[in-house]
Design a protein around this ligand. Sequence first.
Ligand SMILES: [Zn+2]
Length: 483
Amino acid sequence: MKYEPVIGLEVHAQLLTKSKIFCRCSTTFGADPNSQTCPICLGMPGVLPVLNKLAVEFAIKIALATECRIAENSIFARKNYFYPDLPKGYQISQYEEPLCEDGHVEIEIDGKIKMIGITRIHLEEDAGKSIHAEAFVGENETLVDVNRCGTPLIEIVGEADIRSPKAAYLYLRRLRQIVQYLEICDGNMEEGSLRCDANVSVRPLGAQEFGVKTELKNMNSFRGVEKALEFEIERQIRTLEKGGKVVQQTLLWDANKNEAIPMRGKEFAHDYRYFPEPDLVPLQIKSDWIEKIRQSLPELPSVRRNRLVEQYELPQYDADILTDSKAIADYFEETALFSGDAKAASNWIMGEVLRVLKEAQADIKDLKIKPADLATLIKLIKDGTISGKIAKFVFDEMHTSGKKPDEIIKEKGLVQISDSAELEKHVLSVIGENPDEVKKFLTGHEQVLGFLVGQIMKSTRGKANPELVNEILRKELQKLKSV
Ligand SMILES: [Zn+2]
């Protein structure tokens, strides 16, 4: 029997506000443990939370970008559970009446557009962090850092519309792209600012009813999500094929072992006991505020992708890669405008720029090569000052030293030799040094030409204008033929 997976994702995104959602504590990442707290986020008796307006604005931005309906009135609830890194004993979240509902995002899979529904997006606060299994933590010891308590989150609950691990991966990438374009979340899964849980079940292909689902947690990379889903889908199918039953449970993904392990017993069997948060008034959103936010929205990735294709006459493939992150799209547009050659800019960015970023595991913002410098390099190739081969060397120099291309070319004497008289000297000496190869060429072995060009490039240390070299070499060899 063939089986079909049914996948739904819940994504938490940490909002890029400077202060927490209900108090004025800083949200800066990496500060000393427990240095960013106050009686409000610690949940001391008698304190009152005050909602951060910017967090609401950010939630409205993503609601608009995903075409959700924004509720005029929504309410906050207390989600009660006890956990060491949640000193209040409850989390303020939204439950029955969330801020946003009924949206969707589009993904492109196997050349087709597929809509993934969004059930709801709501605001909530984050919990702290339990620290165990670190060098400075003893065995059977847990340390608690409450700096993260009260950091604003949005939870994006997706419909069970996803039918493959690859689609889940693409959906998650698309959500990250949207939050990054909106500049409401940095989208970093490894650092936990974007987190994802998945509900997975399988059913016989063609069946209407969903199978028993399990929940997957602890996947902290995009590929991790894809792998975890592949693992769990296979496990469920194997269980069913052996005549067994899938048990509803929560599994933790272990990226090192590449397997999902069931969580111990009732660790997560919560009865949350939601009730309305008595310290916060209902959240009322006026339509003119929504309109104002709508006006301020940046160009979204899909719109930008289409514009790049039209405005710069780029292939769809290029536009896809370049718009993957807003920062790269910005970098491309600047380079294209400065250089006046969009396709060359695209090739350099998709090739060399992304390569060095990957090697250094760096962000394009930290790149020493500014768009104007890359544009200059492109112009220097175009006007024949340097060859494409030398340009790659110059590029690497720019990347390590941060120097301007003209500076490097001057310093290292890399200007391309386009002087015919000078090239002729090199051509003649290479012909003289390689009588056997020349003889081969003259008896019809065309491929020897490549070798001879190579020798000339070597003797000019790569600085010869390759087109001119070819031309002169052919001319000189022709002369020998007619002798
Ligand atoms: Zn606080």
